[in-house]
Design a protein around this ligand. Structure first.
Ligand SMILES: C[S@@+](CC[C@H](N)C(=O)[O-])C[C@H]1O[C@@H](n2cnc3c(N)ncnc32)[C@H](O)[C@@H]1O
Length: 239
């Protein structure tokens, strides 16, 4: 989309949880047109999961695909240089008149790497337009894949990153009707023992890579104990 007289933009595109048919029409249209697609990856040598979802919409003979490294670190200071360089790269393209589509798994405004970039661009390059295209979250797709509705009537839902302190997690599990635990892979064993203590282990379902060919929905959680679990997995606890 290098159009005369029209200012180029950064688009943040939610590409949904894994199935290319779960993209919005708007996301697909922008992805087919944008001259530059930026895809996040924990390691640039690895393929990007978000990119694998939208590969069928991209024509590499006329669109440039940039895989940007965002290592899985929790220390913000260590991550800042990666966000800065990604923002600089995207802004440079926009200033050259090219739209940049930054793809993100699920929805860009839910625990997404894009949120850091969004803040940086807003702060450092306020003249650069950013448009966010919503996506279907992994939570919506997982609840449907598992056949577990998130909420009905007056039920209350909590969405939390699983690496919460045990005391906080216990409160959330007791207080809400439905609890969605994101990023559960590394703390699964301790979450399971808490669920067991609260008598909730049979009320939970583990969903991995929903929407993709590797999708798994697991109701019997015990066999997962001690296993190396996929980062792209979550737990839904429904009382
Ligand atoms: C950084 S967050 C990204 C969330 C994403 N923006 C969304 O809207 O779903 C990553 C976490 O989302 C969840 N997730 C993302 N994609 C998933 C998928 N296809 N299947 C299951 N869980 C997924 C996992 O809990 C993972 O640890």
């Amino acid at each position: 989309m290098e159009r005369r007289g029209v200012v180029a933009k950064i688009y943040a595109i939610g590409v949904g949880p894994g199935d290319p048919e779960l993209l919005t029409l708007k996301a697909e249209r922008i992805l087919r047109q944008a001259p530059v697609i930026c895809a996040p990856s924990a390691n640039p040598a690895d393929s990007s999961y978000a990119l694998s979802i939208v590969e069928g919409f991209i024509d590499r003979s006329r669109q440039q695909v940039i895989v940007q490294a965002f290592p899985m670190k929790t220390n913000r200071q260590e991550l800042e240089p990666f966000w800065e360089s990604s923002a600089r790269e995207a802004v440079k393209m926009v200033r050259e008149g090219k739209d940049v589509a930054f793809i993100t798994i699920g929805d860009p405004f839910l625990y997404s790497t894009f949120l850091y970039l969004y803040r940086l661009v807003k702060e450092k390059y306020p003249d650069v337009p950013v448009e966010v295209i919503p996506g279907i979250t992994s939570i919506s797709a997982a609840s449907i894949a598992a056949g577990v509705p998130l909420a009905a009537a007056s039920e209350r839902v909590a969405i939390i990153p699983a690496a919460f302190e045990e005391k906080e997690l216990r409160h959330v599990l007791l207080d809400f009707d439905t609890v969605v635990l994101m990023k559960v892979n590394r703390v699964f064993d301790s979450v399971y023992s808490l669920l067991k203590e609260l008598g909730l282990e049979k009320k939970a379902v583990f969903i991995r890579r929903v929407g993709s060919p590797e999708e798994e929905v697991v109701f019997d959680l015990e066999p997962l104990l001690g296993k190396k679990l996929d980062y792209l997995s979550l737990l839904i606890v429904k009382k």
